[in-house]
Structures are given as C-alpha cells and as structure tokens.
Ligand binder design. Structure first.
Ligand code: ADP
Ligand code: FDM
Ligand code: MG
Length: 212
C-alpha cells in the first residue's frame, strides 16, 4: 500500500572523541542533506538534566547508574526518531549508543554489560567515526571543565571505540572511519563522499531500520 512505498529518511550517526569535530560536522551534514540534526545526550529532558549535572560535575552518580541514564535518554527519544524517519526526513545524530559503550568501558565496566541496555535501539544506516588521536584533540582549544575531558581518559576511549567498531561491523552495521585530523573542509568533503557511497546502496522503500 501507499504507506509502505513512501521512502523513509536515513539515520546517520557521527561519533568520536571530544573535540573531534562532531558538532561542527553534524551541523554541516544536516544542512547538506536537508536533514534534522539531533544529539545525545539530549540534555533538555528530565533525564537529560540529570546527565548534564553529572557531566558538569555538580552531581555524583555510580558508573552503572549514569550509564543507564544515558541509555534511557536514548530510549525516551526513539518514538520521535521513528516519527521523523517515517515522515521521510533524515536524521544526523551527534553521538549515540557507541559513545555510551566506549566511555563506560573506559571506566572499567564490562563490554557486554554496557552493550545490554541499548539492545533494540534503532540501528543507524551509517556511523561516521571521526578519528583523531587524543593529543591532537586536546590541542584544539583545550578541554573545559566537563567530566571525561582529560587526555589519558580520551586515549582509553579511542581504544574502546575501536572495539565498538569491530563489533558493529561484525554484526552487519555500516561503520566508516574518517580522518578527523584533516582541515574542516576536507573532513566535510570526506564525510559527504562516504555518505553518498553508503546511502546509494540503501533501499528505503519498504526496508525498515535494523536494531542494535
Ligand atoms: P566535538 O563536537 O567533536 O567536540 P567540535 O565540532 O565542537 O567538536 O569542534 C571542537 C573544536 O575544534 C572547535 O573549536 C572547532 O572549531 C575545532 N575543529 C573542529 N574540526 C576541526 C578540524 N578539522 N581542524 C581544526 N579544528 C577543528
Ligand atoms: N557520553 C555521551 C557518555 O558517557 N555516554 C553516552 O551514552 C553519551 C551519548 O557525554 F563526554 C559522554 C561523552 C561526552 C559527554 O559531551 C557528552 P558532548 O560535548 O555533549 O558531546
Ligand atoms: Mg560536540
């Protein structure tokens, strides 16, 4: 029927360390694709405000508790994500469950435990990983006062992301690593090329999004 034949939007995620250039490139890609930019954590909800005060270091939470809040913050946005995609609009998302796993694993939590609460979330059509070494990232304007913005921790997160990448690819997800050390415009170019290549092979008519 008609509803089944309408093209859904693409769900594209941008991941990477702090200062890799995610927010800048998400804005550019969303504009380029005429897509809706979203981000995680989504700090405006009640859960998002708890996450925000944890990141701003004005509150303390157990590692497991904050991990589950990050995941719950994604789950509370799933209906809106589906609604947008079903209406034919694409989404470009600044961080997702892959950050959730990488940051918590870097604190010492087990990989499988970290993966569990996100099982069943919509699987992105494409994840762009903006890869940058922690030293170069730290040199970009320097880190602020937020939790996790420390060189040694970021180096661990980069390692954890490489395990996440293997896992995603092993489960049939599309994960493309972008060299985030190039100039802003070069990175934008590389992203647009990768998106073109990946999305041209996706049949959006009748084919639903996968699940994590
Ligand atoms: P993120 O969202 O990943 O933390 P941002 O997009 O906020 O990264 O960028 C962090 C800082 O690095 C900003 O000052 C931005 O202008 C700068 N920046 C982003 N991409 C590049 C790049 N390719 N080369 C140099 N500086 C960059
Ligand atoms: N972060 C982000 C997590 O630890 N888990 C998550 O699930 C997500 C989505 O929150 F330090 C961390 C990663 C980063 C911080 O910062 C969010 P930005 O500047 O809003 O991306
Ligand atoms: Mg950002």
């Amino acid at each position: 029927d008609h509803q089944h034949r309408r093209k859904r939007g693409f769900f594209i995620v941008v991941e990477g360390l702090d200062r890799a250039g995610k927010s800048t490139q998400v804005e550019r890609l969303a504009q380029h694709l005429n897509a809706k930019p979203i981000k995680f954590p989504e700090r405006t909800t009640a859960i998002g405000q708890m996450i925000n005060s944890y990141l701003a270091q004005t509150s303390e939470l157990d590692d497991q508790a904050i991990h589950l809040l990050f995941s719950a913050n994604r789950w509370e946005c799933v209906a809106a994500i589906h609604k947008t995609l079903d209406a034919g609009e694409s989404i470009v998302c600044d961080r997702y469950a892959f950050s959730g796993i990488a940051y918590s694993v870097s604190k010492g939590l087990s990989y499988d435990w970290c993966r569990h609460p996100d099982i069943g979330l919509p699987l992105p059509d494409l994840t762009l990983f903006l890869d940058l070494d922690a030293q170069t990232a730290a040199a970009r304007g320097g880190y602020g006062e937020e939790r996790y913005e420390k060189l040694e921790f970021q180096a661990k997160v980069r390692e954890a992301f490489s395990r996440v990448a293997q896992d995603v690819k092993a489960h049939g997800g599309r994960w493309v690593t972008i060299d985030a050390g190039k100039t802003l415009d070069q990175v934008t170019d590389d992203i647009q090329r990768a998106v073109q290549r990946a999305t041209s092979s996706i049949d959006r008519v009748g084919i639903k999004l996968g699940r994590l």
